[in-house]
Design a protein around this ligand. Sequence first.
Ligand SMILES: [Zn+2]
Length: 424
Amino acid sequence: MRKLSLAFVLSLIAAITSSAAPGGAIHCGKLLDVRTGQLLSDQIVTFDAEGIITAVGPATSAAASGVDLSMATCLPGLIDVHTHITGDPTSNGYAGLGISVPRQAVTGVKNARLALRAGFTTIRNVGAGDYTDVAVRDGINASEIEGPRMLVSGPPLGITGGHCDDNLLPYEYHHKKEGVADGPWAARSKVREVIKYGADVIKVCASGGVLSKGDQPGTPQYSLEEMQAIADEAHKLGRKVAAHAHGTQSIKDAIRAGIDSIEHSSLIDDEGIMLAKQHGTYLVFDIYNDDFILQEGAKAGMLPESIEKEKKLGRLQRENFRKVFQAGAKIAYGTDSGVYPHGDNAKQFGKMVEWGMKPIDAIQASTINAANLLGWSEKVGSLEKGCYADLIAVQGNPLSDVKVLENVKFVMKAGSVVRNDFAK
Ligand SMILES: [Zn+2]
């Protein structure tokens, strides 16, 4: 955070009074510096017409104009690195077969708005049918619909009969998901294909999963050789890879293959933690949605076998989350939204604190760490000069009660106010 200087004050006055470059300013009663964990008092954030932050510093009388959030605590917009924006909890199991691709895109439009209004100004969507997330991203980027900044994967890559295939129908339907690819060269070809149709990031299913039929979360699916091919091809084409991996072996195979983030990470062991630290791999733990699956899953159409799998996995995942955090491995905030209702993304902060983090650690997971995983540290995840003016505000102090983040009252994306409940 910069100190007050004459040059700063002049730039502030210029930013606010110049009619050529409208931009704007936000006056924050408190502002959380997510790098240091310090809560700063009475700060002004100014931004230019492109919605880029031009300065952050102590308030002066010259800067009294702009949006008044003097009663609130400001933070950078939050980031969820594991969403399924085009799915809802009601589209699980056999019910999902009746939902068309265009209808999924419409669901994505609805959910993008919910995520943004809940304070998540950036999301990484890891898995959507038929490029529906690409369509939602492009609609947002063209300012046709409201939503967060999105990195999207399109269809997740997976083995025949695996978690990312669709195993609900019998053989005579000859149905398989569009991301299925077996063998290193088929997998490389699939990486090229999803990039061709708009993927920013590659999602692979390394192990079995909870919400799929006929597989086990702990069982490996993609081999080390296949994942090496996927990681190599993706990195060559400038994309990172996220691997769905509950199982102990698959987590280690994915890390050794050079994959950038492990999703779920449920059954990670000591060796896996050591490998993640050595390779700098991010671990993502979706530790809120267990509650939803167990309480609401059956009503939401999840298969009985899925509920049984979750019963075995949920607590172990939370215990391993605590272990990983204590061991100092890198953690990014990802929730698997779509398994639970979109817009509730912030409910995981409380779980992360319940299972060993301090509020600032959980907030860092959702800001600077998540931005780092996305490769977007220069533009999101902190309120600093040069970053997008993606800013949220809450009532109260998130460092003493992280659950205030469940009630975001102000959201701004690139300098445009999306919601301001304080003005009501
Ligand atoms: Zn997921």
